[in-house]
Design a protein around this ligand. Sequence first.
Ligand code: NDP
Length: 369
Amino acid sequence: MDLDALLQAFTPSWTSVAILVVFFTYLAIAGSILPGRVVPGATLADGTRLHYRCNGLLSLVLLVLLLGIGGWMDLVSPTAIADRGLELLSTTLIFSALVTFLLYMAGCRSRDQSSSLKPHISGNLIHDWWFGIQLNPQFMGIDLKFYFVRAGMMGWLLINLSVLAKCILETNLSRSMILYQLFCVLYILDYFFYEEYMTSTWDIIAERLGFMLVFGDLVWIPFTFSIQGWWLLNNEVQLTTAAIVANCLVFMIGYLVFRGANKQKHVFKKNPKALIWGRPPKVIGGKLLASGYWGIARHSNYLGDLLLALSFSLPCGISSPVPYFYPIYLFILLIWRERRDEARCAQKYKEVWAEYKKQVPWRILPYVY
Ligand code: NDP
C-alpha cells in the first residue's frame, strides 16, 4: 500500500462517524434502560460507594441480535466494520482526544469535593489530560469509566464478528480463524457475565479518567486485540490436530486461573469468611487473602490473563510475530501494573502487605518470578 492509499484508508468518513454515533448512542440507551443487577462499587476514600448497573451481557446480546436482523434484512452490511477498519480506528482516536479534552475542561471547572469527582490538578496540561482529573466522572447519569470499558470490549467483539463475516464471504474459513473467534467470543461473553467483578479492578478504583484510559478502552482494546483476526484474513495457517488440542489446553488453563483468581478475590472482598477451594480462607491482618490462587502467587490473576492472551495468538502459528502483539503488550503492561499495584498496596496495607509478601513470595508466576 503506498502512502496516498494509506492516508486515504485512515481518513475518517461520515460513514465511520455514523457507525460510532449509533454505537455510542445504543450503549448509552441500552445501559440506562435495560434491566440488570445494580451492584455497589468499592468504598471510596470518603466512605461513599458508586452503584453500577450490570446489564452489559443483555446489551451485547441484544445488539448482536439487532445487527444480525439488520444484516439479514440487508439494512446493514456484516462487513461494514471490517471494510473500514483503519478509518474507524482514526475516527475513534479523534473521538477519544475530543472527549478527554472535554473531560479535562469539566474536571478543571468542578468544585465537587466527593472522592469520585474531586479534581486532581497538577497544573501540567498534558499530564492532567493524559492521566485525567476526576476518578469517576459522569455524563447524564452515566458513569463514563464503566461505559467506555464496556464500549471497548463490545467493540472488540463487533470487529471480530465483522472480520469473520468478511472471511466467510470473501475467503476460506480456516480452523485457525474458528479457534481465534471462539476463544475471543468466550472471553468477551465471560467478561460481561461477570461484569460486576470489574467494579473492584484497578482501573475502576484507582485510575482517573483521562486520555490514557479512554484511549486504552476505545482504541487499544478493540483495534489491537483483534490483530490476529485481521492477520488471519490475509494469511493461511495449517494447524495440526495436536496443535489445536494444545491451544485449547492453554486457553482452558488460562481461563481457570484468570476467572478463578478474580472470583476468589471478589468473593473474599464481599465475605471474608467465604470458603476458598472448600476450606476456610487464610487471611492476613483481616484484609488480605492468602489462600487459593492468591496463596500460590501474588497477582496470579495476571498469569491467567497472559495464558489466555497467548491462546488467542497461537491459532496464527509461529511464522510471524505480528499476531503476538497482544500477549507481548499484555506481558509488559501487567509486569508494570503489578509493580505499581505492589507499591500502592505496600502503602495502603503497610505491615500487613509485608507479612503477605513473606507468606506468598512469588509474583504472577510461582517458582519463577
Ligand atoms: P486486580 O484485580 O488484581 O486488583 C488489584 C487490587 O486487588 C489491589 O490493589 C488490592 O486492592 C487488591 N488485592 C491485591 N492482592 C490482594 C489479596 N491477596 N487479597 C485481597 N485483595 C488483594 O488487578 P487489576 O484491576 O489490574 O486486574 C483485574 C483483571 O483484569 C486481571 O485479571 C487482569 O489480568 C485483567 N486486566 C486485563 C487487561 C487487558 O488488557 N487484557 C489490562 C489490565 C487488567 P484493594 O485496595 O481493594 O485491597
